[in-house]
Write a protein that binds this ligand. Structure first.
Ligand SMILES: Cc1cc2nc3c(=O)[nH]c(=O)nc-3n(C[C@H](O)[C@H](O)[C@H](O)COP(=O)(O)OP(=O)(O)OC[C@H]3O[C@@H](n4cnc5c(N)ncnc54)[C@H](O)[C@@H]3O)c2cc1C
Length: 426
């Protein structure tokens, strides 16, 4: 907090043990985590989408660049999109050097986030295991491990005995339907409390001056002379020289308003959680072959996920097919979970790109920026995406870290090729 970047900015009121004691003794209510404001007629930047990406961008615009006359608009509530529906897995063991460097910077920001935002985001570093059930996937794991090591990311291929030591409940025998031949083990991976991250960024962005507007839907984007002029919303028009599209599953609808076409399709992704049980699962476990992954929360619930639904749609309904498929695959991995009961299931929208890498930065419309294409893996990227998009806005340039993720890579045939590490692994 002695950081020079806070100078001249309003600091967030601190959460601390002393503050807790003071409020407890006085019986006084805590102030709301963020304020409500009237919609201004103009802002220096409008961010469409109040998920982790939009909120982190507002925070880093203020914190790193002193740009505070910013509005974050959400048609629903903050975190109501993928940011409040994901399974909160963090890792940086991607396949391409640009992916590894990018996600590793995010993990670095996540490690310091609780102190940075003065908000307990409950980051739990517990290791991440991606299982290999075939020679082909074992070869991909070795490839990933080498790319990771060259980039300084802790990742190695381990054998079934090591897997069994890490997760004794897993069926590592050769009697399993899909025997485990090895795994990619990534110790820095883990899970976090996704709502806390969203609320932490919202609170910090608000305290630095950003206006957060919920129930405010962008219905049109004004573009003239090749540059963005502002947005139209259900609550009134706003003039702005910069508009950032951070709407994930709705990204193409918002980009269309500015006349920008995206190679993105939206698919639902489902997840489910069990009743809580005594902690037994220390790591995050992923099986691409079985299309399933699992972790255990601090409360003891098992959180399961899978691949996206097989058809493009904007539906967020759960389906019985998903639950049945999931249960079958989970039991092939861990037969001892047969008696566990599912508590609930849900779905969110994922904006999938052809190469499983995001689309970030400037577009052919001056002032209209993209922070989209987050598919099933964008929560872990929130901090670094916010940081780099804020830099794009402040400097007008594209930081090296995201230069491979520009929209024009599709026209130029320079795809990133992250599918091997992003399809189910989150
Ligand atoms: C079930 C599930 C599990 C997942 N698991 C993981 C995981 O383990 N790890 C990981 O890294 N990622 C995971 N993801 C992906 C991750 O959740 C998303 O990539 C990420 O949350 C995207 O964040 P965002 O801020 O870009 O978008 P969102 O959080 O989706 O926010 C976009 C916001 O835009 C708003 N909006 C849309 N249109 C408009 C409009 N016209 N006007 C105003 N507002 C608008 C929406 O209301 C929404 O709140 C998962 C996703 C799902 C669904």
């Amino acid at each position: 907090m002695g950081d020079a970047r806070w100078r001249g900015l309003q600091r967030p009121s601190r959460y601390s043990a002393l503050a807790l004691l003071r409020h407890g003794v006085a019986g006084s209510a805590w102030p709301p985590a963020w304020r409500t404001h009237a919609l201004e007629k103009s802002y220096d930047a409008v961010i469409v989408g109040g998920g982790i990406h939009g909120l982190a961008t507002a925070y880093y615009l203020a914190r790193n660049h002193g740009i505070t006359n910013v509005a974050v608009l959400d048609k629903g509530y903050l975190g109501g999109g993928g940011s409040g529906r994901n399974t909160a897995i963090l890792r940086s063991n991607y396949l391409t050097p640009e992916g590894v460097a990018f996600y590793d910077r995010s993990l670095e920001l996540y490690r310091g986030l609780a102190a940075d935002l003065n908000y307990n985001v409950m980051f739990s570093r517990r290791g991440h295991l991606t299982l290999a059930h075939s020679d082909t996937s074992l070869r991909t794991m070795r490839w990933r491990a080498e790319v990771n090591k060259v980039s300084g990311v802790d990742s190695e291929v381990i054998d079934p005995d090591d897997v069994s030591r890490l997760v004794p409940e897993m069926d590592t025998t050769d009697r399993a339907r899909y025997p485990i031949l090895g795994a990619l083990y990534h110790p820095p991976g883990g899970i976090i409390r996704h709502d806390a991250v969203v609320w932490g960024y919202a609170r910090a962005a608000d305290s630095l001056g950003a206006h957060l507007h919920q129930d405010t839907e962008v219905t049109g984007i004004d573009v003239s002379g090749g540059r963005v002029r502002g947005v139209r919303t259900n609550c009134g028009d706003i003039a702005a020289p910069v508009v950032i599209n951070a709407t994930a599953g709705w990204a193409t609808l918002v980009a269309d308003m500015a006349g920008v076409r995206l190679p993105v399709q939206t698919f639902p992704l489902q997840a489910a959680v069990t009743e809580p049980v005594k902690p037994f699962l220390r790591t995050v476990v992923v099986s691409g072959t079985l299309h399933v992954y699992v972790s255990q929360t601090a409360r003891g619930e098992l959180v399961f996920g899978a691949s996206v639904d097989p058809f493009a749609s904007y539906s967020t309904r759960g389906s019985l097919e998903f639950t049945e498929g999931l249960a079958g695959h989970v039991l092939q991995l861990m037969p001892s979970l047969a008696k566990m009961r599912l508590l609930r299931q849900w779905a969110g929208l994922c904006d999938m790109t052809p190469d499983f890498a995001p689309i970030m930065g400037h577009t052919e419309v001056d002032g209209f920026l993209l922070d989209v294409g987050w598919g099933t893996y964008g929560f872990k990227a929130g901090p670094v995406a916010g940081e780099t998009i804020a830099e794009c806005v402040a400097t007008g340039r594209t930081p090296q870290l995201i230069s491979s993720f520009r929209l024009d890579r599709f026209a130029q045939g320079r795809l990133v090729g992250e599918k091997g590490a992003a399809a189910v692994g989150h």
